[in-house]
Design a protein around this ligand. Structure first.
Ligand code: NA7
Length: 531
C-alpha cells in the first residue's frame, strides 16, 4: 500500500495549485487523484455548447506567480471552457504537475485510521493509499443533479447533463431537443444549440435574471493594460467582496431620480458584466432598492422578446435579483424570437413523466430525440459526501452533516482530523470569483500544514465550538441578506430532496473572511485541537 504525506482529491484549479504548494514548497510526498482522464476539474466536465466563464478572463486565473500571469494571454473578455482548459494545461506544464497526478480513479471511500493517524483512501480501480493529510479539492459544483423524474429509465433517446457533457461531439443537428433548466448553464447552452437544432423546447421552472455578457475579443491595448497592471489587479481582487474587480459603491438607488437611475443601469447593461449588481450599493441589500434593478431587467426582457406571452413567462420572477446565482447571457432572450424555439412554463404546465419518446406535461405530450438536463448540482456538500468520508470513532460524514454541514471556516470539520476542504460549505466559495478564493484557501492550508510539520504535531482538527460558532455566524449573515428571500435556491439546499435547508456558503464577503482566516493563523490555530 503506497503511503503519502498528502493526497489531494481533484485536479482542477484548486488541486493543481495545492499540489504545487505541498510538493514544491513544503517538500511533502504528494499525490493528486482525479476521476477524469485529464486536468481541469469543473472545466473538464462542463463541455456543453456555449460553456463559458462569467468572470472576466484577466481575473480568472492564478495570481500567485507573476511569470505565469504575464505569460498567458487571454484573448476574450470571458474565457470559454476550452480556453480555460488550455490555460490550465499551460500552468501544469510550467509547474510540471502531471507526473504526480493519478487519473481515471474515483475515490470510493476515505477512512481515518485513528491509531495510525492516517487516512486510508480507496479508488474504484481497487487502488488503496495511505496519507497523513487529505485535501478535498473536489469543487463546489461537481455533483451533477439529474432530478428523479418518473419514467426517465424508460426513455429511448439519449440524455445528457450539462455538467457531465461527453467528450465526443453530441450530434444535435436537425434534431428535436428538450432542455430542462434555465440557470447559468441552461442560459448559456440554449442560444448555442438553437442555432443547429430543428426544434428546441425549453422547460422553465423559475425564470432567472440574466444580464448581457457582451463578450468580445480583447484588443492589444486592453491585453497590454491588464498585463502591465498585474500587481494592481492582484491586490484589487483580494479587496473586493466577490473577488472581482468591482466593489459596491456607497450610492443608493434612492439618491437618484428614475431618469438618472436608468441611465446608470443602461450604461451597466450595455457594458455587460456581473458588475450590474454593483450599480448601486443597496441593490443586493435592500428589497426596495433591489426592485428597481429587477424592474429595469424586466423591462429590458419585455422589449427583447417579441411574443408577449413568452416574455411574461420569462419575467414572472419569484425572487429578488441576486438572491439566486445571477447569470450572464449571450442572446438568451433573443433566442426566444427564433421560430424553432419554444418555452414551456412548468409552473402552469408541469412535467408529469418522461415517456419512451419524450416528455409528458400536464397539457401536452412531446417527442424528443434527446433531452438535456441543465438542472444544476448537489452544490458544495454533494461532492464531499460522495467520497464516503469516515472520521474519528467511525463517524460518517453523511451522518455528521445530516442536519447542517458543520465546519470551521469551511476548511476543516470537527472529528475529521488532518482533512482539509477547498471551496467547501461554510467558505465564501460559490459567492466569489472562484480562483481568488481558491488561492486564499490553498495558501491557508499550506501554512497550516507547515505549522503542524514544523511543530512536529500529529494532527489538527476543528473544535466543536468553533464549528458551532461558524454555523451561527453564517446563519446570522444570511438571515440579514436577500439570499434568504429566494423561495428556492441551491445556495440553501432547496434543489435536492432531503438536503438540510440551511444557507451553505459564507456570505460575509472575501475580505472579512480572509481577515478571520489570517487571525486564526496568527493566533496559531487556537480554535483547533492540535495533538
Ligand atoms: P442551477 O443554477 O442550479 O440551475 C438549474 C436549473 O434547473 C434551474 O433553472 C432549476 O430551476 C432547474 N431545475 C432543477 N431541477 C429541476 C426539475 N426537477 N424540473 C425542472 N427544472 C429543474 O445550475 P446551473 O448548472 O445552471 O448553474 C450552476 C452553477 O454552475 C452556476 O452558478 C455557475 O457557477 C456554474 P429552479 O430555479 O430550481 O426552479
Amino acid at each position: 500500500m503506497l503511503q503519502f504525506d498528502t493526497i489531494i482529491i481533484g485536479a482542477g484549479i484548486s488541486g493543481l495549485y495545492q499540489l504545487h504548494k505541498c510538493r514544491d514548497e513544503l517538500n511533502l510526498k504528494t499525490l493528486v487523484i482525479e476521476e477524469g482522464s485529464d486536468i481541469g476539474g469543473t472545466w473538464y466536465w462542463n463541455r456543453y455548447p456555449g460553456a463559458r466563464c462569467d468572470s472576466e478572463s484577466h481575473t480568472y486565473g492564478y495570481t500567485f506567480s507573476k511569470k505565469i500571469y504575464k505569460n498567458w494571454i487571454w484573448k476574450e473578455k470571458y474565457p470559454k471552457q476550452n480556453t480555460i482548459l488550455k490555460y490550465l494545461k499551460f500552468v501544469e506544464k510550467k509547474l510540471d504537475l502531471k507526473k504526480d497526478i493519478l487519473f481515471n480513479n474515483k475515490i470510493i471511500s476515505a477512512r481515518y485510521l485513528e491509531r495510525k493517524n492516517l487516512w486510508k483512501i480507496e479508488t474504484n480501480k481497487n487502488k488503496v493509499f495511505l496519507t497523513k493529510y487529505l485535501i478535498c479539492a473536489v469543487g463546489s459544483l461537481s455533483s451533477a443533479n439529474i432530478p428523479k423524474i418518473k419514467g426517465l429509465n424508460a426513455y429511448k433517446g439519449k440524455y445528457y447533463h450539462t455538467g457531465r457533457w461527453p467528450k465526443k461531439k453530441v450530434n444535435l443537428k436537425d434534431q428535436v431537443i428538450a432542455q430542462i433548466g434555465t440557470g447559468s448553464s441552461g442560459i448559456q447552452v440554449a442560444p448555442e444549440i438553437a442555432k443547429v437544432v430543428k426544434k428546441l423546447v425549453i422547460f422553465q421552472r423559475t425564470p432567472n435574471y440574466s444580464i448581457p455578457a457582451r463578450n468580445k475579443k480583447l484588443t492589444k491595448e486592453i491585453i497590454n493594460n491588464y498585463l502591465k497592471n498585474y500587481e494592481k489587479i492582484k491586490k484589487l481582487i483580494k479587496k473586493t467582496p466577490g473577488g472581482h474587480t468591482f466593489s459596491f459603491p456607497n450610492r443608493s438607488v434612492f439618491d437618484f431620480s428614475k431618469i438618472e437611475r436608468d441611465k446608470i443601469f443602461e450604461k451597466a447593461w450595455l457594458k455587460g458584466s456581473l458588475a450590474f449588481r454593483a450599480c448601486f450599493g443597496d441593490i443586493t441589500k435592500n428589497l426596495k432598492a433591489n426592485q428597481k434593478a429587477s424592474n429595469f431587467i424586466k423591462e429590458k426582457i419585455l422589449k427583447i422578446v417579441k411574443d408577449k406571452k413568452i416574455a411574461k413567462i420569462l419575467t414572472n420572477f419569484d425572487h429578488p435579483f441576486t438572491s439566486k446565482r445571477p447569470t450572464l447571457n449571450t442572446n438568451y432572450y433573443e433566442t426566444f424570437n427564433k421560430k424553432n424555439v419554444q418555452l414551456v412554463d412548468l409552473k402552469t404546465n408541469p412535467i408529469i413523466k418522461i415517456t419512451k419518446k419524450g416528455i409528458k406535461t400536464k397539457n401536452k405530450d412531446f417527442n424528443f430525440d434527446k433531452i438535456i438536463f441543465a438542472t444544476g448540482y448537489d452544490a458544495l456538500t454533494g461532492p464531499l459526501l460522495s467520497l464516503n468520508l469516515v472520521g474519528k470513532k467511525q463517524i460518517k460524514l453523511k451522518d455528521y452533516w445530516s442536519k447542517i454541514p458543520k465546519s470551521y471556516l469551511g476548511l476543516m470539520i470537527p472529528k475529521f482530523p488532518n482533512l482539509f476542504i477547498i471551496q467547501g460549505p461554510g467558505s465564501p466559495s460559490v459567492l466569489t470569483n472562484v480562483p481568488v478564493q481558491i488561492e486564499q484557501h490553498v495558501e491557508w492550508i499550506t501554512h497550516c500544514i507547515s505549522f503542524i510539520e514544523l511543530n512536529k504535531k500529529r494532527s489538527i482538527e476543528a473544535s466543536l465550538s468553533s464549528a458551532k460558532n461558524w454555523s451561527n455566524e453564517i446563519k446570522k449573515l444570511a438571515d440579514a441578506s436577500l439570499f434568504m428571500k429566494a423561495k428556492s435556491s441551491w445556495y440553501k439546499g432547496d434543489n435536492i430532496p432531503g438536503k438540510p435547508k440551511v444557507f451553505i456558503p459564507y456570505p460575509g464577503g472575501l475580505p472579512r473572511y480572509r481577515n478571520i482566516c489570517n487571525k486564526v493563523e496568527k493566533n496559531q490555530y487556537k480554535e483547533f485541537l492540535i495533538k
